[in-house]
Design a protein around this ligand. Structure first.
Ligand SMILES: [Zn+2]
Length: 232
């Protein structure tokens, strides 16, 4: 694990990294891992306030995202500029993700679980399902298969093998990352997303409720949960 230093976070919208896995990102960055974000959209449909033009919202959300990434110690934030709300796991998206994976050569990819359609209290966003599916396809087989997207070879990007995948928001999580020491960082990063947080005052309590884990001896910790896949 210690030698797996570079992490690529592939998600759909600004604020997804911080909501889904901000505690883990903050912790790993502090431990010396290099974190790269690849976001498919600018989230320009993410507001009910119709007085804000979509291009303005896109610009604001990019700034919010870059500020949040700075809080967590992220090295690079890449936007792929797909339209918000219309994402599909297309070959174009797979090629664009494969290009970033081959360019940055991450050891670990974090994305979201494309199989989650709903939970008891919410329906999963179709963009989240689409990016999860495209990211997994890009990890395997696209990034490691030299015959897939031969145009990328011509761009000077040879195959790359990602070693591990962490699925956030997983249907069946099997891995916990202790974020007790980075919960404050996650909170601070989420607060940068001003257009998205309706109740910034209550956010800390909500986070503590969502991520709390009470040990058998009564100790309270905070954890983010993932499905972890170790690739051969
Ligand atoms: Zn989202």
């Amino acid at each position: 694990m210690e030698d797996r230093r570079r992490v690529m976070v592939i998600l759909a919208h600004p604020d997804d990294p911080e909501f889904f896995c901000g505690g883990t990102i903050g912790r790993w960055a502090q431990e010396g891992k290099e974190i790269i974000y690849v976001l498919a959209t600018h989230g320009e449909r993410g507001s009910d306030d119709l007085s804000i033009p979509p291009e303005t919202l896109a610009r604001i959300r990019e700034e919010e995202q870059r500020a949040a990434a700075r809080v967590l110690g992220v090295r690079e934030v890449i936007f792929l500029n797909y339209p918000d709300g219309s994402l599909t796991p297309s070959l174009d998206l797979r090629r664009d993700l494969t290009r970033e994976i081959r360019r940055w050569k991450p050891d670990i990819v974090i994305t979201c679980d494309p199989t989650v359609r709903y939970r008891s209290s919410y329906l999963n966003h179709p963009d989240h399902r689409a990016i999860g599916e495209a990211a997994l396809d890009a990890v395997y087989p696209d990034a490691r298969n030299p015959r897939q997207f031969p145009e990328l070879l011509e761009e000077g990007l040879p195959p790359h093998r990602v070693q591990e995948v962490y699925l956030a928001g997983a249907a069946e999580p099997d891995t916990e990352v202790d974020i007790t020491d980075s919960l404050r960082l996650k909170l601070e990063a989420l607060r940068q997303h001003r257009t998205q947080i309706r109740d910034p005052e209550g956010l800390e309590e909500r986070l503590k409720e969502w991520y709390r884990k009470v040990e058998p001896d009564g100790t309270i910790r905070y954890v983010e949960r993932f499905r972890r896949i170790v690739l051969r």
